[in-house]
Design a protein around this ligand. Sequence first.
Ligand SMILES: [Zn+2]
Length: 210
Amino acid sequence: MSQPKILLLGPPGAGKGTQSKNIAETYDVDHVTTGDALRANKDMETEHGTPRSFMEAGELVPDPVVNEIVQAALEDADGFVLDGYPRNLSQAEYLDDITDLDLVALLDVDHGELVDRLTGRRVCSECGANYHVEFSPPEEEGVCDECGGELIQRDDDNEETVKERLNVFDENTQPVIDYYDDEGELVRIDGEGTPDEVWADLQAAIEDAV
Ligand SMILES: [Zn+2]
């Protein structure tokens, strides 16, 4: 049997990174993200130029270039979990043309919960260790358990930016979710449990699908 091909969808903070890692380790497949694929193929020639030409100009890499890069990454992989792509409907239609997915899973988490998760994140300014004010607090507030460094909130994680990121997700990626839903392909996973609970549900969905 060939290795599973899985698309994992979900808003920022839903746990896609953690669950993608579980899938990659358990099923021995590649974890493919747009960011990693672009970094690994900066100089790949596409019809529209190299990713590097856009990245160095500080511009968003356009869809046709992203599409070609992701296609190359998927063709190289013996099974994969795809995370962070497709981000919009046109990318989803492209993906449909280049591969057959075994499972499209959505990690479903309420917006209020996502705001709590993301705005509560703290990172050590010295060693980079991660904390959460509610879910994994340090022993002493604002101080890193590992090295005593000061814990800070990344700019990305302040409430205003978080809400903006969620709005962008809704606007661009909700049509992708609706697209798979309409095709009857979408499997919703309750993403509000502990990472282990979510993984148990996700793994059951994978076993069902392959
Ligand atoms: Zn530290």
